[in-house]
Structures are given as structure tokens and as C-alpha cells.
Design a protein around this ligand. Structure first.
Ligand SMILES: [Zn+2]
Ligand SMILES: [Zn+2]
Length: 259
């Protein structure tokens, strides 16, 4: 691989990832925190107004994380140009069924990796060294989407590029997954629940992680470690949500918290 090309690709990716972060986080910050009319009909999860100092810190760590994400991202992109990855461009190669199935498969594998690395980082020996930075946002804002210590960013930056070498994914499905990941990271830290009540109480809310679920992780540290799905939290007895918010108070309780 030509080093100059690789460095140029890394820089271009850094710019794209940073712009994507500012566009998505900026939109949700403006729509949720700056528009008093509550444009998105979201429910506020907190009475705390995060200080400006915290927001600036979240942005700084997120920009550093974007630079870190660009490094393995550029390796994948350069390898793809040379036909060395599992990313493909012709849908017929694996068919429509796999085209749609590949996204949840990627999400589930990333979620599994995230759950276990996240739990490991809550070990007292690792927490102060790595994960404390993310939890400086006791009440996070949309800007906290990538607000990680560089070691955590490196750890979390590895999984999707690694999968791209082994599990076939169409280029558009890969792009969709990356944008979804950013939207989820931003909205789950936004301090507002975006899912309407009907969805939150139904199948989606019972299985998919939204802001109310992850906000509890930032408040309590001891539950809700997942990224996209409540599956691993349920299996491992670390899931908590329904009894935690008034607006979910009379929903059927599916709490499994053990800690
Ligand atoms: Zn978080
Ligand atoms: Zn955590």
C-alpha cells in the first residue's frame, strides 16, 4: 500500500467523519436543546442543564475519536480498492435477503463486542484509566456521541473494520450502518427520549436501546451496557428501564437488574 495515498485517505476520512458528527450532533443539539418548542416532540429525561465546559469537552474528545476512527477506516477503504475486503458492490452477488440481513448481523456483532468491552471497562481497574472520560457526562448531550478516551476509541474503532474483512456487506448497507451508528450514538446521549410512547412500550422499545435506556447507564453506572439491543443486558441481568421513568411507570415491568 502506498503510504502517501493511505495518509491522504486517512485525512479525507477524518474530515468526513468529523463533518458527519458535527452535522448529526449539531442538528439534534439545536432541535432538542435550543428550540424551546420541542421540535421533535421528544421527552426531556433530565432537569440538569449541562454546562458549556462539559459540551466543549465532549466535542474535543469526539473530534479526537473521529481521527482515530479514520485510521482503520482508511485501511479498509484502501484494501477495498484493491479487492481485499468483504465489501461488495453488486447486490446480486449475495442477493436481496442477505442485503437486508447483513445490517442486523453487523449491528448484533458490534453490539456484542460493545457490551463486553463496555462491561470490562467498568471494572474498577480499567474504569479510571479508560472509561471515566465518557462518564464525565453524568448527563450527556448530543455532543457526547463519540466522547471517549483515545484508548476506548481505538478499542471501539476496530470491530467494524475487522468485520468488513470477513462478513460480506454491500457498500450501501455499510454506509447505512455507519450513519445509523452515529445517529444512535448522538440520540442516545441527547438527554431526550425520541421514541414516541407507543413504540417505547412496544416491541421496539423492549428490544432496541433508545435514550431513556442509555441515560440510566450514565446516571447509575451499573446497568444498561448495550449499544443497540437490550439482548445482552437481558441475558446478563443488567437491564433496567421500565421502572425508572414516570412516563413508563405503568408499563409492564421487564426489569432484570441484579446489581
Ligand atoms: Zn454513553
Ligand atoms: Zn459506561
Amino acid at each position: 500500500m502506498d503510504l502517501t495515498t493511505y495518509l491522504a485517505t486517512t485525512l479525507a476520512l477524518f474530515a468526513i467523519i468529523t463533518l458527519r458528527y458535527f452535522a448529526i450532533a449539531g442538528f439534534f443539539y439545536w432541535a432538542l436543546w435550543k428550540k424551546p418548542g420541542n421540535l421533535l416532540r421528544a421527552r426531556k429525561l433530565t432537569s440538569i442543564t449541562p454546562p458549556r465546559r462539559l459540551i466543549l469537552s465532549e466535542i474535543r474528545w469526539s473530534v479526537i475519536a473521529s481521527a482515530i476512527y479514520a485510521v482503520p477506516g482508511a485501511i479498509v477503504l484502501e484494501a477495498w480498492k484493491n479487492g481485499g475486503t468483504a465489501i461488495y458492490t453488486n447486490i446480486n452477488e449475495y442477493g436481496w435477503l442477505w442485503y437486508f440481513a447483513s445490517v442486523p448481523v453487523y449491528l448484533f456483532l458490534q453490539d456484542t463486542y460493545f457490551y463486553w468491552t463496555h462491561r470490562a471497562m467498568h471494572h474498577p481497574r480499567l474504569f479510571g484509566l479508560i472509561h471515566k472520560v465518557h462518564h464525565e457526562s453524568r448527563q450527556p448531550t448530543p455532543w457526547a456521541g463519540f466522547s471517549f478516551h483515545p484508548t476506548e476509541s481505538v478499542l471501539e474503532a476496530l470491530i467494524l473494520p475487522a468485520l468488513a474483512f470477513v462478513i460480506p456487506i454491500h457498500v450501501s448497507a455499510a454506509l447505512f450502518t455507519l450513519v445509523l451508528m452515529t445517529v444512535v450514538s448522538v440520540t442516545n446521549h441527547s438527554g431526550f427520549e425520541l421514541l414516541p410512547d407507543r413504540l417505547l412500550r412496544g416491541f421496539i422499545g423492549k428490544n432496541w436501546i433508545s435514550a431513556a435506556h442509555h441515560n440510566l447507564h450514565h446516571q447509575t453506572y451499573s446497568c444498561n451496557y448495550g449499544l443497540y439491543f437490550r439482548f445482552w443486558d437481558r441475558v446478563m441481568g443488567t437491564d433496567r428501564l421500565e421502572s425508572a421513568y414516570d412516563f413508563l411507570g405503568d408499563a409492564p415491568v421487564t426489569t432484570h437488574q441484579t446489581q
